[in-house]
Design a protein around this ligand. Structure first.
Ligand SMILES: Cc1cc2nc3c(=O)[nH]c(=O)nc-3n(C[C@H](O)[C@H](O)[C@H](O)COP(=O)(O)OP(=O)(O)OC[C@H]3O[C@@H](n4cnc5c(N)ncnc54)[C@H](O)[C@@H]3O)c2cc1C
Length: 323
């Protein structure tokens, strides 16, 4: 077995999840007694490839072509089919980004191989790799083993591995010039969608009070807002609250929202699904209020209050106002 990581860049900037995937690949290579290499695709990517050359890798593949300047699923899948063959990798890892979700099924299917998406952890059993992914919105963890010969593919969820554990080293850079034809690319990229400027920067907030589905009704958000105001904290939310339009999307914390690292994060009526945890587990102190003593949020909480938020929060408001 050998491992290849496909790093993601856009306009010369790395997608930060790529480094988490690289760290995972290095860890796996150690556990499976094999090597990890990395590939970067694009045009004019020499500096990015050189940066990868400073990591502990067997090789870096710099996959350069003018038709890779802008992302298209056809060009990426074609270029990666060739790169995977050149590398001889039997396991190819990707960050679970929106772009990867777009082309990975096509790439794996075109080779008649398997792609396991959204992996949150792994273990090695009797020398065999077991990938863990979640089903039913995080309610069930499923163990997955590849039953067909490689190359097999897997994408790793944001926050599942630690980017700060990437090991430095020295790797040779091999240039790959894939054969791509403009005629095989069936989509034409338009201007990139730009998000409107965010009114709140949760990433810079020192205190955050976050509200989840336990709040039950949109009218009840005012109660948690009152606590946030009394504490001088920013208000944030889990995804269902923003999906319902009870708070704006820019206040959503989690894998498809903002990543925050405040001094204190208070989670009120939030169960602690992995997609929420990846956005806030970097908080220095985590306080959880939940009526279910078995809620997963208590596994990451430094302080926990098991109780009804409609009883606990008014008492906290009164206490903060008094101080
Ligand atoms: C691709 C994908 C991306 C996602 N991205 C995100 C994301 O960015 N952010 C995110 O948050 N989620 C995200 N999710 C959704 C995530 O999986 C969970 O569904 C979501 O986080 C659950 O939100 P919640 O904890 O508010 O609700 P629930 O899971 O319904 O939990 C509500 C909690 O409130 C408690 N509660 C109920 N009543 C009370 C009460 N009176 N007092 C105290 N506690 C009470 C319950 O015990 C329960 O633990 C994503 C899911 C997918 C599939």
């Amino acid at each position: 077995m050998s491992i290849l990581v496909v790093m993601e860049q856009r306009g010369g900037e790395w997608n930060r999840m790529s480094w988490e995937t690289l760290a995972a690949a290095q860890q796996l290579a150690g556990e499976l007694n094999t090597t990890a290499s990395a590939a970067v695709l694009g045009q004019g990517i020499d500096a990015l490839a050189a940066e990868l050359g400073g990591k502990q890798l067997a090789k870096v593949y710099a996959v350069n072509h003018e038709l890779l300047k802008e992302y298209t699923p056809d060009a990426y899948a074609a270029a990666l089919r060739q790169t995977v063959a050149i590398s001889g990798a039997t396991l190819v890892l990707f960050p679970h980004t929106y772009q990867v979700r777009d082309y990975l099924p096509k790439l794996a299917t075109s080779l008649g191989k398997v792609a396991v998406s959204d992996v949150i952890s792994h273990r090695v059993e009797n020398g065999q790799l077991v990938l863990v992914r979640q089903l039913f919105q995080g309610k069930v963890n499923a163990d997955t083993r590849f039953a067909v010969d490689g190359p097999n593919f897997a994408s790793l969820q944001a926050g599942a591995y630690r980017a700060d554990l990437v090991k430095a080293g020295a790797a040779a850079v091999e240039k790959v010039a894939p054969e791509l034809q403009a005629t095989e690319i069936r989509t034409k990229p338009e201007d990139r969608f730009r998000e409107s400027a965010r009114a709140v920067d949760l990433g810079a907030a020192e205190l955050i009070v976050a509200v989840g589905r336990g709040i039950k009704e949109s009218e009840n958000i005012a109660l948690v807002q009152e606590l946030a105001t009394a504490m001088g904290a920013e208000l944030a939310a889990s995804r269902p609250i923003c999906d319902a339009g009870w708070l704006p999307m820019e206040r959503q914390v989690g894998s498809s929202g903002q990543t925050v690292a405040p001094k204190m994060y208070m989670a009120i009526g939030i169960s602690g699904a992995i997609q929420h945890l990846v956005g806030m587990k970097g908080a220095r102190t985590i306080v959880a209020i939940n009526k279910d003593a078995n809620a997963p949020i208590f596994e990451v909480a430094d302080y926990g209050i098991v109780g009804d938020l409609f009883e606990v929060v008014p008492e906290l408001i009164a206490a903060f106002k008094q101080r």
